[in-house]
Design a binder for this molecule. Structure first.
Ligand code: BG6
Length: 477
């Protein structure tokens, strides 16, 4: 692979989310967010898929988000470490329930607004651009309780108010925004993606696509507001990407691969091209789904499309129509993938496919012809601190090195990429498992799955490696 120098203005950095990093779950007036109801272990998985949780935290359960890594109080120390690595950007999310604790308060919570003012000031002081997601697996619990979350049209206006509030407040500080994190997650982990829970016998697909419509309209209204309030800002969508490969060249497998990709593209087709694609209309018809829309929705979607395509890439996916092959699914894949015999997996069963990153980036760019922003990529592993107090995470360096090299190839293919914010530059709580031991960071956090530990930060070997990558504009991998 030839050595390649990334553009000088490329936004190197890292990405995290309020719900997995901040902690301080009820501090300074914050209301409960959906993630505050998610314990660890099996219960978590079942709730994430839509089984009804307790709407108040239960005695005796451990909820990792409640303290997380205490970024709320330690962000200055953490940002200084990001700055030491040379970060140009940090992707964070705003916790909706810090700004509107019940989601429908008549006035925003000043203490919550002030927290993000201080956070953005700290980043800008170090020359780090904030890249802000409005909703990263985040809905105020009151809205779940009262309206059933995104199944209700009510959420559209409430979200619009929240978006306008933060655009107006941070218009001089934040120039890169995204609406919904991994919007397609709504189909796979509906509680975490959209706060959806289901009662026995309900038509799950109908509810999911109705909720998706509400999020898509809310997203377009946020794009509109962002363009009006901050004309020099860019606002994007955010897709959990990773193309599907057909297991064989049997046209049945190839067709199924296309359909699986479209399950995800559906969201971005609406957000970026501005209308429901024909294949979606057919899907609704074939499944007897009818999506309620208001008269202006078509216009809203049409006229307020995103400026760039934000996406996460962890792995490719593989699909087959052969019942024998389907018996061999990957264990850890949220999206349901058969095991690809050409590729290795992480300890959590996530497929490792650097070339798939280049393929996915090319396909997204071919399809949308808009700049891409890689806002998540990384390797979750169980790091061990040596007796000397070091973390030698060569496996992480290897994963990132190979992925960044393929991103360089994609740029040379003509794909426009604004930046790369790797996931969890400091260890944070895992979204899917709630564990601390599934670590992504360049910075180790002393905390275990049960909530024990000093929360002290330690630079891993990858810290020094990534610093050098950024310093050399991606030439020294
Ligand atoms: C993405 C999410 O799905 O993947 C993040 O946007 C999440 O919130 C990341 O943390 C990695 O997944 P996990 O389950 O390993 O934390």
């Amino acid at each position: 692979m030839s050595s390649f120098v990334f553009p000088k203005d490329f936004l190197w950095g890292g990405a995290l989310a309020a719900n997995q990093a901040e902690g301080a779950y009820l501090e300074d007036g914050k209301g409960l967010s959906l993630v505050d109801l998610l314990p660890t272990g099996e219960k978590r998985r079942s709730i994430m898929q839509g089984n009804v949780p307790s709407l108040t935290p239960l005695e005796g359960e451990f909820y990792p988000s409640h303290e997380a890594i205490d970024f709320y109080h330690r962000y200055r120390e953490d940002i200084a470490l990001f700055a030491e690595m040379g970060f140009k950007a940090l992707r964070v999310s705003i916790a909706w329930a810090r700004i509107f604790p019940t989601g429908e308060d008549t006035a925003p919570n000043e203490a919550g607004l002030q927290f993000y003012d201080d956070l953005f000031d700290e980043l800008l002081k170090h020359g780090i651009q904030p890249v802000v997601t409005l909703a990263h697996f985040d809905v105020p619990v009151n809205l779940i309780d009262k309206y059933g979350s995104w199944r209700s049209r009510k959420l559209v206006a409430l979200f619009e108010t929240y978006a306008k509030t933060v655009f107006a407040r941070y218009k001089d500080k934040v120039k890169y925004w995204m609406t919904f994190n991994e919007i397609n997650m709504l189909l796979h982990l509906p509680f975490i993606g959209a706060g959806l829970v289901f009662q026995e016998g309900e038509n799950v697909k109908q509810i999911q696509y109705q909720a998706a419509h509400h999020q898509l309209v809310a997203s377009a209204l946020a794009v509109k507001a962002c363009h009006e309030i901050i004309p020099d800002a860019k606002i994007g969508c955010m897709l959990a990407a990773g193309s599907f490969y057909p297991y064989t060249c049997n046209p049945e497998d190839v067709y199924q691969g296309m359909e699986k990709d479209r399950e995800s593209y559906f969201f971005i087709d609406v957000q970026s091209r501005g209308e429901y694609p024909g294949y979606a209309k057919r899907f609704f018809k074939d499944h007897g789904l009818s999506i309620e829309m208001e008269p202006d929705d078509v216009d809203i979607l049409k006229h307020h499309t995103v400026d760039y395509i934000g996406f996460s890439y962890y792995s490719s996916r593989t699909t087959s129509t052969d019942p024998e092959v389907v018996k061999n699914m990957t264990s850890g894949n949220v999206f349901g993938s058969v095991s690809n015999p050409y590729l290795d997996k992480s300890d959590w069963g996530w497929t490792i496919d650097p070339k798939g990153f280049r393929i996915t980036a090319n396909q997204l760019h071919d399809r949308y012809q808009k700049p891409l922003f890689v806002v998540e990529n990384g390797f979750g592993a169980n790091d061990v601190v040596s007796p000397e107090g070091e973390v030698n995470d060569d496996y992480r360096i290897d994963y990132l090195k190979r992925h960044i090299a393929e991103m360089g190839e994609a740029l040379q293919d003509g794909v426009e990429i604004i930046g790369y914010t790797s996931w969890g530059p400091i260890d944070i709580v895992s979204a899917s498992s709630g564990e601390m031991k599934k670590r992504y960071g360049y910075i180790y956090v002393d905390r275990d799955n049960e909530g024990n530990g000093s929360l002290n930060r330690i630079k891993k070997k990858s810290f020094h490696w990534y610093k050098n990558v950024i310093h050399s504009d991606g030439e020294n991998l």
